[in-house]
Design a protein around this ligand. Structure first.
Ligand code: NAG
Ligand code: NAG
Length: 270
């Protein structure tokens, strides 16, 4: 009788909280599926891409970055998922350790980016300069620059004269291009009620001064605009950072709790 009661107790009582266990499982599973999606997008982008201009511009192919991030995430979340399901301490420890490593790396990058904001801006400026130089060589770069300029209502990196970096828009007299001294259409301020889009609105603006250019295009460079955008969207930037950090912290805390509960369970059985 006594033995049976003891056995029953051992069967039903557990140090492992099922809520934590299943939450960690589903949570890891969700991000595991998400990581597969990231890898798929990266592979798709890699296969689609015929030219190497984007890679040369960003030093590393963004598709490769996606694939690497996806694969790392795949292995980490896999450890969390199976570790929680099987109550496997080794997998859970691997999960917790890798997640901590990833989190600290991101924190270090964020802190360095903040304290070396001038260098960060210089590095970004170099990327944008390359994107401007290769604007007509690669459709992705063209779309990226057009998107940035339209979205942030800016033109060039320092200002609109930066478009001289590009062969087609270069403002030297010898330049035979019809777009000489111009800027792309994405620099143009939309004219309300305009029936036919004037794609030539950016032509020749590099020869104009700020006030003249201001009439047809966004005269402010994207570097200044980016700084303004961050300053006016600090709440959004903070929320995004928190949204990135919170799941990682939750994963670390939950896996540590589960590990200690499983260890309690093991010592209680022994
Ligand atoms: C544009 O930026 C360049 C480099 O910073 C500067 O030399 C030039 O005076 C600026 N032009 C205008 C119109 O603001
Ligand atoms: C424009 O082209 C000329 C001649 O190729 C070159 O010397 C000059 O540096 C170019 N301008 C810019 C801003 O890159």
């Amino acid at each position: 009788m006594d033995r049976k009661l003891n056995l029953n107790r051992a069967e039903t009582f557990s140090f492992v909280n099922p809520w934590i266990r299943y939450f960690l499982f589903f949570f890891s599973f969700l991000f595991w599926v998400f990581s597969l999606l990231i890898v798929a997008i990266g592979v798709y982008a890699k296969v689609q891409k015929a030219t190497d201009t984007v890679r040369d511009t960003f030093l590393i192919d963004p598709a490769i970055i996606l694939i690497v991030v996806g694969v790392v995430m795949f292995f980490i979340t896999f450890c969390g998922c199976i570790g929680a399901l099987r109550e496997n301490i080794r997998l859970l420890k691997t999960f917790s350790f890798s997640l901590t490593l990833v989190f600290l790396t991101q924190l270090a990058i964020a802190v360095l980016g903040f304290f070396y904001s001038e260098q960060t801006q210089d590095a970004l400026g170099k990327f944008v300069k390359k994107a401007i130089v290769h604007y007509r060589d690669d459709l992705d770069l063209q779309n990226l620059m057009d998107y940035i300029q339209k979205e942030f209502k800016c033109c060039g990196w320092n200002n609109y004269t930066d478009w001289s970096w590009n062969l087609y828009f270069n403002c030297t007299h010898e330049n035979p291009s019809t777009e000489r001294c111009g800027v792309p259409y994405s620099c143009c301020t939309p004219v309300p009620g305009e029936a036919v889009i004037n794609t030539m609105c950016g032509f020749g603006v590099q020869t104009q001064n700020y006030l003249e250019a201001n009439k047809s295009i966004y005269p402010v460079g994207c570097a200044d605009r980016a700084v303004m955008w961050i300053e006016s969207h600090l709440l959004l930037v903070g929320s995004l950072a928190l949204g990135l950090a919170l799941p990682q912290i939750a994963g670390i805390v939950l896996s540590q709790m589960l590990i200690s509960q499983i260890q309690d369970e093991i010592t209680s059985v022994l």
